[in-house]
Write a protein that binds this ligand. Sequence first.
Ligand code: ZN
Length: 109
Amino acid sequence: MMPDERPPEPEPFADDLVVAFTEGDHEDGNALAGPLSEIFAVDVTTAVGRCAGCGTDGPIAQLHVYGPGPGLVARCPHCRQVVLRLVRGADAAWLDLRGAVSLRISVGE
Ligand SMILES: [Zn+2]
């Protein structure tokens, strides 16, 4: 590599990044409360998400969260599929929800 060459920007949701979070201890979905509060005006950890892998409905707070660096990966406690990924950069956050069919978010009447 030439001295003035910079490495390419990392892909926030590269597959090898996900694999890194497959092993080891995890926290529950409440670990997402702070990071997601930057993005959403409501507490999303109380929302009920439907897993795209097994169809189970459950609170985001019950997901198994791996991280924190370089991002958070939340897996379904039933089938282990990735439901949510969150990568926080210097001036932006990437939120990948492809593993969730839907989110039921309680709002005021
Ligand atoms: Zn599942």
